[in-house]
Design a protein around this ligand. Structure first.
Ligand SMILES: C[S@@+](CC[C@H](N)C(=O)[O-])C[C@H]1O[C@@H](n2cnc3c(N)ncnc32)[C@H](O)[C@@H]1O
Length: 237
């Protein structure tokens, strides 16, 4: 029988000295970060399983919006201040597509969103596309990239390399990172998780001198369910 514990049930058990936790699904864990492995026993990627899990997750949460308009307005002002008026931006893992709609409004430029689920066609300026892949016309073309879905990557190094390849030199890639993106949140739907303190190390290591971390911004607004919310600004040097 599958059974989940309510918060009050957990509190009662905690008073009795018991701690009920979900079984750890994270199959690869290094210091400060974890990755749920989608590899088959022979080392190849079980891409179909990854795709199905992401699409099911998308459809289960189809009404939800994670991005916050006030934060997108804040980031728009930041982008304008650092690189001037952009012409083209990409948002990755956008579900209902509100982030690209807000960036379009605040920056008055072309912004496209990617979404792995076939629900993409229901939302404006959204294409059904796996964000690990790069469209040839995007290479070196984007002024900025924004995503709050980096934790959905099955291979974060491959993924960030792909995103950074789409930026112009000096372009910005904004990774939204909350307390919900940590190691303990890793599961098959959110395969990648890292402590916030680990993220600059990972990004600089993956960047190999081609990109790195410019700064980390505290979000002006965060949901009640997260303890912190940062924007990690990666820049293509
Ligand atoms: C946490 S939700 C965030 C949705 C949206 N950005 C928001 O703020 O409401 C992550 C989204 O990324 C999508 N996604 C997951 N893996 C993806 C991939 N490889 N390529 C493109 N989209 C992906 C999921 O289907 C889901 O809609």
């Amino acid at each position: 029988m599958h059974r989940t514990w309510s918060a009050s049930g957990k509190r009662v058990l905690a008073r009795l000295g018991y701690d009920i936790r979900k079984i750890d699904l994270c199959r690869q864990r290094e210091v400060g970060y974890g990755l749920y492995s989608y590899l088959n026993e022979d080392g190849t990627l079980d891409y179909e399983r990854y795709r199905q899990i992401q699409i099911e997750g998308n459809k289960r949460k189809t009404e939800r919006v994670w991005a916050i308009e006030e934060n997108i307005a804040f980031l728009s002002r930041y982008i304008e201040r650092v690189i001037g008026l952009p012409r083209f931006g990409l948002c990755h893992g956008t579900r209902r597509g509100l982030e690209q709609a807000w960036f379009r409004e605040y920056l008055n430029c072309e912004v496209l969103g990617t979404e792995i689920s076939d629900t993409a066609s229901q939302f404006p300026d959204t294409i059904q596309w796996d964000f690990h892949d790069v469209k040839p016309e995007w290479v070196g073309a984007a002024d900025f990239i924004y995503s709050n879905a980096f934790d959905h990557s099955y291979d974060p190094e491959k993924c960030l390399d792909a995103w950074m390849s789409c930026l112009k030199r000096g372009g910005l890639c904004i990774l939204e990172h909350s307390s919900g993106h940590g190691v303990s949140s890793v599961n098959q739907l959110d395969p990648f998780g890292a402590d916030i303190a680990m993220m600059p190390y990972l990004i600089v290591t993956w960047g190999k001198g081609a990109y790195g971390v410019r700064e980390i911004l505290n979000a002006p607004k965060r949901g009640n369910d997260v303890q912190y919310l940062f924007f990690i600004i990666a820049q293509k040097w």
